[in-house]
Design a protein around this ligand. Structure first.
Ligand code: NAI
Ligand SMILES: O=C(O)C(=O)[C@H](O)COP(=O)(O)O
Length: 317
C-alpha cells in the first residue's frame, strides 16, 4: 500500500484531537497541522481546501459524510467505525478509506454472544416476568451443544468464535470465500443451502455490501429449521426486515438484533411488537472499551501519516 502525503488532518471534535495530540510528541515540528472540522464543528476559520485527511465522528457520521464535497483535496477518510458503508462510494477512488477495524471486535462479539444467551435462556422474558412478580418456570435452550453459524467469519466473527468455544457450541463459519484455517473449514456463500437447515443459531456479522444487502431474505430464512434464532450484529440492511417480521409473527423463528433496518427503529415499527424478539439499539461497539482502543488506533494511524509509513485498516478497492 502506498503512503499518502498528508499535510492537514481534520479531527471531528477538540477532545479527540487533544487525546491523539497528547500521545504524539513534537508533531508541530513535522509541519503537519491538526484542525477540527465536522458537521458538528464546522469551524469557519479552517481552510477546507487544505484538509487532506479527515477523521469522521463515531456516532452520526452521516451529516459530515454529506459535507465531504466541501473538502476538494481529500486524500484520506478515516472512520471510527468498523463498517464503512457510509463511505463505500469512495473505495477505489483517489480518496483512501481506512476503518477502525479491530477496535470494536471484543465488545461486538460479547454482545453477539450475550444476545444469543439472553434469547435462548429467556432472560428477556424473565425480566418482563419480574414486573408482574410471576414465577414462570420453563425449560430453555442452552448454547451447549447448539449448532451455531457465524455468517461473516472476519475480525468480529473470529472474536465471536473464540467466545463461543467455552460454551461448547458446535460452530460453523461462513465467509465470502471458502477456505481452511487453523480452526478448520470456513464455508462460502455457495454452501449456505446445505448448512442452513442444520443451523439452530445464526449470528450474522457481515459488512453491508451489494452482495450482503438483504442476503437474509424470505428464501434464506425459510431454510432455517423451526425455532432457529437469528442474531444480527452486522448491519440491519443485511436482513429483509419484512421477511423476518413474517417469520417472527408466525412464531417459527426468534430474533436478537443489535442492528435493524431502519435505524433508529420508528416507534410504530412492527418489529417492536413481534413475539420472540430482543432488540438492542446498535450498541455492539459503543462500550467502555471504545475510547481507549480508538485513541490508540488513531494515534497509530496519525503516527504512520507523520512518519510516511503505510496506513493500517485501509479498505482495498
Ligand atoms: N453492531 C455494532 O455495533 C457493530 C457492527 N459492526 C459491523 O460488523 C461488520 C463486520 O466487521 P469485521 O468482522 O471487523 O469485518 P471483516 O471485514 O473483518 O469481516 C467480514 C467478514 O464477512 C464476510 N463476508 C462478506 N460478504 C459475505 C457474504 N456475502 N457471505 C458471507 N460472508 C461474507 C467476509 O468474508 C469476512 O469474513 C462491519 O462491517 C460492521 O458493519 C462492526 C462493529 C460494531
Ligand atoms: O463500528 C461499527 O461498524 C459500528 O457499527 C459502530 O459501533 C457504530 O457505528 P454506526 O452504525 O454508528 O456507524
Amino acid at each position: 500500500m502506498s503512503t499518502l502525503d498528508i499535510r492537514t488532518i481534520a479531527f471531528p471534535d477538540p477532545d479527540i484531537l487533544a487525546k491523539v495530540d497528547g500521545r504524539i510528541t513534537d508533531h508541530q515540528q513535522t509541519g503537519i497541522e491538526f484542525v477540527v472540522w465536522s458537521a458538528e464543528n464546522p469551524t469557519v476559520e479552517v481552510n477546507r481546501a487544505a484538509i487532506d485527511a479527515i477523521i469522521l465522528p463515531y456516532i452520526d457520521a452521516q451529516p459530515t459524510v454529506a459535507r465531504l464535497g466541501e473538502l476538494p483535496n481529500l486524500k484520506l477518510v478515516q472512520t471510527q467505525t468498523t463498517g464503512y458503508d457510509l463511505v463505500a462510494d469512495l473505495v477505489g477512488t483517489d480518496t483512501t478509506v481506512a476503518t477502525a477495524s479491530g477496535v470494536h471486535a471484543a465488545a461486538t462479539a460479547e454482545l453477539a454472544v450475550g444476545l444469543a444467551l439472553a434469547s435462548l435462556r429467556g432472560i428477556d422474558t424473565a425480566v418482563r416476568s419480574m414486573a408482574s412478580r410471576s414465577w414462570n418456570h420453563a425449560r430453555m435452550r442452552s448454547l451447549a451443544d447448539r449448532r451455531v453459524m457465524i455468517l461473516g467469519a472476519g475480525g468480529i466473527g473470529e472474536a465471536i468464535r473464540q467466545r463461543l468455544v467455552p460454551f461448547e457450541a458446535h460452530i460453523t463459519r461462513v465467509a465470502s470465500h471458502a477456505r481452511t484455517d487453523e480452526h478448520g473449514r470456513i464455508y462460502g456463500p455457495e454452501d449456505l443451502p446445505k448448512l442452513l437447515p442444520h443451523t439452530e443459531v445464526l449470528i450474522a456479522v457481515t459488512p453491508l455490501t451489494k452482495q450482503t444487502e438483504k442476503l437474509i431474505d424470505a428464501e434464506f430464512l425459510s431454510q432455517l429449521p423451526d425455532n432457529a434464532l437469528v442474531v444480527n450484529v452486522g448491519r440491519g440492511k443485511v436482513v429483509d426486515t419484512d421477511a423476518l417480521v413474517a417469520e417472527l409473527r408466525a412464531g417459527r423463528l426468534s430474533a436478537a438484533l443489535d442492528v435493524v433496518d431502519p435505524e433508529p427503529l420508528p416507534h410504530e415499527h412492527p418489529l417492536w411488537g413481534t413475539p420472540n424478539t430482543l432488540i438492542t439499539p446498535h450498541v455492539g461497539g459503543d462500550t467502555s472499551a471504545f475510547e481507549p482502543r480508538i485513541e490508540q488506533m488513531l494515534t497509530e494511524q496519525v503516527r504512520r501519516i507523520i512518519a510516511g509509513e503505510p496506513l493500517i485498516n485501509v479498505v482495498e478497492g
